[in-house]
Ligand binder design. Sequence first.
Ligand SMILES: [Zn+2]
Ligand SMILES: [Zn+2]
Length: 334
Amino acid sequence: MTPLPFPMGMQSQPATKPTGLWATFVRWVDTDHIPEGADVLRAAQDKVDWPRCIPFAILHLGCLAVIWVGWSPAAVWTAVALYFIRMLAITGVYHRYFSHKTYSTSRFFQFIMALWGAAAVQRGALWWAYNHRHHHQHSDEPDDKHSPVQHGFWWAHIGWITSKRNFPTDYSKVPDLAKYPELVFLNRFDVLVPAIFGAACYGFGAWLGHIGVATSGWQMLVWGFFISTTVLFHGTACINSMAHVWGKRRFNTEDDSRNSWILTFITLGEGWHNNHHRYQATTRQGFYWWEFDPTYYFLRALSWTGLIWGLKSVPESIYAEAQALRTEKAAELK
Ligand SMILES: [Zn+2]
Ligand SMILES: [Zn+2]
């Protein structure tokens, strides 16, 4: 593979850089700081990288601070709103744009969308897209990083992201995204936007408290950042752990992907996972009007503003295939 031109010298690390445990701590901030080489990490066996996972553990433990800060309608509703706003960023931006390019946008709005996605605290757009494309290439095969069929529920849900070998981004696998230095920057320093977002949650709560609303900076930080983000992570992870186990299969794909309306409500339209595995290039995952797909409705509305365009539809051949399979199943039941 031809090496990609990385502005800012992101791939080259001086030999004097610290390695081992210290390097792991540096990676909390600079995810591309891999003195031993990303290939070495990726080639290793799956093993939980405990020091690297401390920030992820803190995200979960931070929820317990609710014991001290309590709750208020303002804080709870903000947490709910931030869950849905950021779920849309994961589904509509990280998944349907960066991973599958199911619509087009300008370079400027692409950057705005990358910022929005980064606020969901699921690492950078390039890391997300790289891992997701890998999932589609190896769905439910031994190489699939998060197949519940191969590795069990917990590994597919949360284990795989704690593994040392899954932390580095393979930029050569996402060349269409890695050619943008601004996206590589956000991906490399993937803690930056979450840190600003957390501070903004605190500031928002403090301001509300100041103008007389019953909440505070600490309470908003716990609800808006820690609780909302933790639930958002697990909501998203349900697709990895359950969408290949729960639900019905419309298409005879080579993997075990399924369609589930329950997962659709949790993930704003991503539950139509069997549809998606059959045909990834479309912006919509609910292929029929009765398959609720809020992410698609949102993206369609966004396209009316001119900020995004070229939404891709489901080809007639796919509908014909679905119809043929329906007829086949009906005949079998007779
Ligand atoms: Zn996908
Ligand atoms: Zn899948």
